[in-house]
Write a protein that binds this ligand. Structure first.
Ligand code: PLP
Length: 231
C-alpha cells in the first residue's frame, strides 16, 4: 500500500472510531491526523503532503528543521521532548508544541516568542501513567502549569497531550485516555484567560482508534502511514 492509501485508511478508521462515540465530546466532532515523520525521508513526507496530510509531527527540532527546508511550507508539530537550549530553533518552525512539561520551559518559550513577535501555541504533556521513561507533568500538576501559562503573553495554551504506555492490547490504554479527557474537560471548565483549549492529543499507531473513541481530536500516527521507521 502507498503512503496515500495508508493515510486514507487511517482517516477512515478515525471516522469509524468517532462514530462509535456515545456522545459528542467537549473536543467536538472533528479529528485531525498528525502524520509523524520521524526517521522518514523528505521524499516520503512529500508523498504524505501530496496526499493531503494536514500536519506533520517530529520529535526532534533539528530533524524537523532539516526536512522543512527541503519541503514546501507545511504545518509542523513538535511532539517530542523539548530542551530549553532548542527553544530558539523550535519557535520559528512549529505551529504547535505538544510537549510543554515544565514552568522553566514555558518561561523560555515566552522569552523567545516575545523576542520574535510570535504567539506560540502549546499543549501540556501529561504523564498519566506515571512512567519513569516518559516526560510530562503528573496529572495533579496540570492545573498549576496551566495557570502559569495563561499568564504569559506570547504562549497560548491550546490543550493537553499524552502518550499511553505500550500495551499489546490497545484496549488497555483506554483508562489513560479517559483520565486525560477528564483533565481536559476540567481545564476547559476552569475558563482560564488567554487560553484556547481545543486540542486533545492522544493516540498513536497502536491505539489511536481507542483514543478517538475517548475524545481525542489530534492523533499522532507514524508507522500506520509510513511503515516501519528506518534507523
Ligand atoms: C513516534 C511517536 C508517535 C508515532 O508513533 P507510531 O507508533 O509510529 O504511530 C506519536 N507520538 C509520539 C510522541 C512519538 O514519539
Amino acid at each position: 500500500m502507498s503512503i496515500a492509501d495508508n493515510l486514507a485508511a487511517v482517516r477512515h478508521n478515525v471516522e469509524l472510531a468517532a462514530s462509535r462515540r456515545r456522545e459528542v465530546p467537549v473536543t467536538g466532532p472533528l479529528v485531525k491526523v498528525v502524520a509523524v515523520t520521524k526517521n522518514h525521508t523528505a521524499a516520503e513526507v512529500q508523498e504524505a503532503l501530496a496526499a493531503g496530510a494536514a500536519a506533520l509531527g517530529e520529535n526532534r527540532v533539528q530533524e524537523a528543521t532539516a526536512k522543512a527546508t527541503l519541503l514546501p511550507p507545511a504545518e509542523w508539530h513538535l511532539i517530542g521532548h523539548l530542551q530549553s537550549n532548542k527553544v530558539r530553533q523550535a519557535v520559528p518552525l512549529f505551529t504547535l508544541i505538544h510537549s510543554l512539561d515544565s514552568e522553566r520551559l514555558a518561561l523560555e518559550v515566552e522569552r523567545v516568542a516575545a523576542r520574535t513577535g510570535k504567539r506560540q501555541d502549546v499543549l501540556i504533556q501529561v504523564n498519566v501513567a506515571g512512567e519513569d521513561t516518559k516526560s510530562g507533568v503528573a496529572p495533579d500538576g496540570v492545573a498549576e502549569l496551566a495557570r502559569l501559562v495563561s499568564g504569559l503573553k506570547h504562549v497560548r495554551l491550546c490543550g493537553l497531550m499524552t502518550m499511553a504506555p505500550f500495551y499489546a492490547a490497545a484496549e488497555d490504554a483506554r483508562p489513560v485516555f479517559r483520565e486525560l479527557y477528564a483533565l481536559f474537560a476540567a481545564l476547559k471548565a476552569a475558563a482560564l484567560p488567554n487560553t484556547a483549549l481545543e486540542w486533545l492529543s492522544m493516540g498513536m499507531t497502536n491505539d489511536y482508534q481507542v483514543a478517538v473513541e475517548e475524545g481525542a481530536n489530534l492523533v499522532r500516527v507514524g508507522t500506520a502511514i509510513f511503515g516501519p521507521r528506518h534507523y
